[in-house]
Every structure is written in C-alpha cells, then in structure tokens.
Design a protein. Structure first.
Length: 70
C-alpha cells in the first residue's frame, strides 16, 4: 500500500472539554456523552450535563481552538 497523504489521528478523537460556569467543574466528555446542537445565530455547539451540579454545559468549537493556541 502506498500512502498519498497521511491521515490525522486527532480528527478521530471526539472528546470535548467542558467547563461549568456554575460550579467550576472542568471535565472531558466523548461523543456518547454529549449532543451536538445547531442554531442559525451560533452555528453548532456541544451540550452535556455537568457531572457535579447536573446543569447543562455548552462547549463551542471556537473555545476549543482558543485552548489549543494557549
């Protein structure tokens, strides 16, 4: 087999980082633990329940890119 362009294994990682603004919990959830939502103003984003206080927590793709550059 000859690889023309190698793949990027990071693209297979579906884990997202969440930070709860209410209780301060920071956690990571995979695609089975969060849902993807879309609206016309904000585009798509990820929502899951905080494991500590059980409130909904939102993670936006822009937030993840900001973390990678820091």
């Amino acid at each position: 087999m000859k690889i023309i362009k190698p793949g990027d294994l990071k693209r297979l990682d579906t884990a997202r980082r969440f930070a709860c603004g209410r209780c301060g919990c920071e956690f990571e959830a995979d695609s089975a633990e969060y849902r993807t939502e879309t609206d016309f103003r904000n585009g798509h984003y990820y929502v899951t329940a905080c494991p500590t206080c059980k409130r909904d927590v939102v993670c936006r793709p822009e937030d993840e890119r900001r973390e990678e550059t820091q």
